[in-house]
Design a protein around this ligand. Structure first.
Ligand code: PLP
Length: 523
């Protein structure tokens, strides 16, 4: 399988090159040359597989065995998911007759990004070791310097994915004092020699700007070989398709006696920010998994919800003033109870745009059609860049509505949903991101055919977002955060030894100097 850029060009890359490159030089994202279909016997053959074996089956459809041998692939997958606390890796829990949650937070940092980043870290290490193994004595070894910025929740998943990996160092910037204590401790108590937390006196935006400037510094970028682990990396999407399959088999095994899988509608509800998680569901559906709809559940940063309503993808809601008064940061992102979904634009949406453009491109040879699609997507993304908005063709919008529904959920609805599920017959403490999904599921349920089962993806453990959870449940005397929610892994975390580098001003040069100095010593 080869990969190419959503913005066209004739370059095709191997899986290895795709994973190590991240973003295409023309600004596009890499997608597979075709979406593989499932083997004809998949339902019978895969139905009893556990996460690891299923992962190998799915990944093998996208990674040629000549690139990663079956034994190597097994080793990588086994190692990646051995760090999960639950034997099923991503267990499915029943909340009511037709509502289930797919818990994706049993990895090392208690958030769903672990599913992808544990694998990505091992893939990076595997490819670099193999490249270095074939170097002659004296030839320089290949290394990777991963640099990223975090507002708290995603930095730790990246750090845990890359800690202690050969030939890789990781520098994560966070705004000093503006990250929740638990999240700060999750990052800074990792003391492996290749992990560096940089606390910048400034805002999250400052941190992001610094990271962007470092990547744009060609000389620095090339010399240190900067790498990114953000969700545009194809391996992250691929890793996430697996739990759609696993949960399908799990729900099948839980259907009431006499109900066959063919009789039900399956709706996946996905709390969405950068559109990575729900895009993985789209790939699963296009491969042949019988999913009736994918629900894009957003918070009030609702660019995606607005897209499905209007066919326009625009940073600023041009049609209403409904959000006046809500706090926004300098870039216009609204601060919500579900901060991991606070985005202005969704980086992975471009991949879906490619498929929408392809399906509505004029009839032509496959090659011409692809060429035309690349041109269309480039044009759309140029418009977004220039004016903050694009309107896709009516046909493309119609196609988008065949697979997806979108719902926007307010903070009030999020809190109310946390309460509602806590007091339900099967009491469940949902984190605010999961609550966005549960809330969307509830809104849609009355419109669904009665045979619809809903699977809500649960993207974080409630202890990671303790403020929102305790605020929502403060009126319940029988709720005790420490007793009911706090995992033993978090106990005492705040008192552990920390490793932090403090940078006194949000200046690129200061951060660059820190990284330079450390990189020199790591040689
Ligand atoms: C990253 C994240 C999301 C959003 O996932 P995308 O793939 O960016 O759509 C949702 N919830 C949590 C807790 C996250 O960390």
């Amino acid at each position: 399988m080869k990969y190419f850029s959503t913005r066209g060009g004739c370059e095709t890359l191997s899986f290895e090159e795709t994973v190590l490159t991240g973003l295409a030089p023309n600004g596009g994202l890499y997608i597979p040359e075709h979406i593989p279909s499932l083997p004809s016997n998949w339902e019978a053959e895969w139905s009893n597989l556990g996460f690891v074996d299923l992962s190998i089956k799915v990944l093998s459809l996208y990674i040629s065995p000549k690139e990663v041998s079956p034994q190597d692939l097994r080793g990588l997958v086994e190692k990646s998911y051995a760090s999960f606390r639950h034997p099923e890796v991503t267990p499915l829990k029943k909340l009511s007759e037709k509502t289930f949650v797919l818990e994706l937070f049993h990895g090392p940092t208690f958030a769903f990004k672990d599913v992808a980043l544990q694998l990505l870290g091992n893939l990076f290490e595997f490819f670099l070791l193999r490249r270095n193994h074939s170097k002659r004595a004296g030839e320089e070894r290949e290394k990777l310097t991963v640099v990223g910025a975090t507002s708290g929740d995603t930095g730790s998943a990246a750090i845990y994915g890359l800690r202690n990996k050969a030939n890789i160092s990781i520098f994560i910037l966070h705004p000093k004092g503006r990250v929740s204590p638990i999240q700060e401790a999750q990052m800074t108590t990792v003391t492996d020699p290749n992990v560096f937390n940089i606390a910048v006196k400034g805002t999250f935006d400052d941190c992001q700007d610094i990271v962007k400037a470092l990547f744009a510094d060609r000389e620095f970028n090339a010399r240190l070989r900067l790498g990114a682990v953000n969700s545009i990396n194809w391996a992250r999407i691929l890793a996430q398709t697996v739990y759609y399959f696993l949960s399908y088999f799990h729900i099948r095994s839980q259907l009431p006696h006499g109900t066959s899988p063919g009789d039900i509608q399956l709706q996946y509800v996905v709390p969405t920010g950068n559109f990575g998680d729900v895009l993985a569901g789209y790939y699963a559906k296009k491969m042949g998994l019988p999913v009736s709809q994918l629900v894009v559940a957003t918070n009030s940063n609702d660019i995606l919800t607005r897209f499905w309503k209007t066919g326009r993808y625009e940073k600023v809601d041009s049609s209403s003033q409904s959000n006046a008064g809500q706090a926004t940061d300098a870039s216009g992102v609204k601060e919500t109870l579900s901060p991991a979904m606070d985005i202005l634009v969704s980086s992975n949406f471009e991949r879906l745009l490619w498929y929408l453009a392809y399906e509505t491109a004029p009839e032509a040879s496959e090659e011409e059609r692809r060429l035309q699609t690349g041109v269309t997507v480039s044009d759309w993304m140029d418009k977004v860049k220039a004016s903050g908005r694009v309107e896709v063709s009516r046909g493309a919008w119609v196609v988008a509505k065949q697979d997806f529904i979108a719902e926007r959920i307010s903070d009030e609805q999020t809190s109310a949903t946390i309460k509602e599920y806590f007091t339900a017959k099967t009491s469940y403490v949902a984190d605010p991101h999961t609550a966005v999904g549960l809330s969307a599921a509830k809104i849609l349920a009355p419109q669904n055919p009665p045979s619809t089962y809903q699977i809500v993806l649960s993207t974080a453990h409630p202890a990671k977002f303790s403020e929102a959870v305790t605020a929502a449940l403060q009126d319940f005397p029988n709720f005790d955060f420490d007793r009911d929610v706090l995992p033993k892994e978090f106990q005492g975390l705040l008192d552990k030894e920390k490793k932090i580098i403090i940078v006194d001003e949000p200046k690129v040069e200061l951060v660059k100097a820190v990284i330079e100095e450390i990189a020199r010593k790591l040689v």
